[in-house]
Design a protein around this ligand. Structure first.
Ligand SMILES: NC(=O)c1ccc[n+]([C@@H]2O[C@H](COP(=O)([O-])OP(=O)(O)OC[C@H]3O[C@@H](n4cnc5c(N)ncnc54)[C@H](OP(=O)(O)O)[C@@H]3O)[C@@H](O)[C@H]2O)c1
Length: 295
């Protein structure tokens, strides 16, 4: 099968490792244990790690940074995506205590500086605006992002959870290319295949970074066991490998942002990145999650 890679995002990696659940793994909360875990991923060829300022209330970036501070060699080998722009109620310093978005120039500038400190990195590889903010003053935000890139604090920029017209409005206001859009996409969330979202990523050259590629662990509830068993027999892939192979086969080759930190599941996911599903299996999986036969 010929694969087409939407060019925007570099480096070309088969999987990104999502760090949203890092603080849920007590065994990885010591820098030495986390360093071993990161080193094992690097040996597998995986060096891109996805963070956000709000993951674990800031704890995930801090734990990762403590590890990199203690292991400068690892710090040189990893590439970091991070995002900012969501203020959870617990982090709202106003008396309102309201969750809100803050894609605002000064806020994002400070968030980039905070992330560099927390993560103990000299450069954020890819910085994303976490959610579209209807109050965003696009020109001011664009200048803030351009300044961060010019200062070497950020290598490339992108967006997350943006609709096509939202990312186009930002793109129209900056000279910087948008490398990617990170949004929900998996066998548990297939609507973007049918509403033009896929084609918009391709047409505009944004690499699709697909969050929750395993449906947050709920795929087995959606796909009947007999279909999974038959697909496993034919491909040698377990449920994780099938979900990843299914995603990677889509034009533009979306990059899954995997949330599992379990080495066995990561290995299954990697197997999925190396397998092309026969078209009937790809469609049978789609049909089973959409509960509707192909017309
Ligand atoms: N940009 C955004 O707005 C946004 C939003 C959400 C997430 N994200 C990013 O996307 C990453 C991935 O999100 P995610 O964690 O929801 O992704 P996911 O890879 O779909 O789900 C991972 C979770 O599902 C569990 N799981 C997977 N397969 C399972 C199975 N067969 N049986 C039992 N449990 C299973 C994993 O448990 P184990 O640990 O046991 O494997 C883990 O808790 C995050 O870390 C974050 O970086 C971005």
């Amino acid at each position: 099968m010929q694969t087409t890679h939407t060019p925007g995002f570099t480096p070309d990696t088969p999987l990104i490792l999502g760090m949203m659940r890092l603080h849920d793994h007590p065994v990885l909360t010591s820098p030495a244990r986390l360093a071993d875990w990161i080193a094992a991923r690097l040996e597998e060829g995986l060096n891109v790690f996805d963070h956000a300022d709000i993951y674990g209330g800031g704890e995930c970036e801090r734990l990762f940074g403590d590890t990199l501070r203690a292991q400068p060699l690892l710090a040189r080998a990893v590439r970091i995506i991070t995002k900012a722009g969501i203020v959870p109620a617990s982090m709202d310093r106003s008396p309102w205590q309201v969750k809100h978005y803050q894609a605002e120039a000064g806020y994002l500038k400070n968030a980039i500086d905070r992330a560099l400190t927390s993560l103990a990195m000299e450069q954020i590889d890819t910085f994303l605006i976490h959610r579209p903010d209807p109050l965003m003053q696009v020109e001011e935000v664009a200048r803030a992002l351009e300044n961060a890139v010019a200062a070497g604090k950020v290598r490339q920029i992108g967006v997350s959870n943006f609709l096509p017209e939202q990312w186009r409005w930002l793109a129209a206001n900056t000279e910087l290319p948008l490398a990617c859009n990170q949004s929900q996409f998996s066998l548990a969330h297939t609507d973007p295949l049918f509403d033009g979202t896929l084609e918009a990523h391709l047409a505009d050259g944004l690499r699709w970074l697909a969050w929750s590629p395993l449906g947050g662990g709920k795929l087995a509830d959606r796909i009947p066991a007999d279909i999974l068993d038959r697909a496993r027999e034919e491909t040698g892939l377990d449920e994780t490998g099938l979900a990843i192979a299914w995603l990677r086969q889509i034009p533009g080759t979306p990059v899954p942002v995997l949330g599992s930190m379990n080495p066995d599941r990561i290995r299954s996911a990697l197997q999925g990145t190396q397998t092309v599903l026969p078209r009937p299996i790809w469609y049978r999986l789609l049909e089973s999650v959409r509960n509707t036969a192909v017309a």
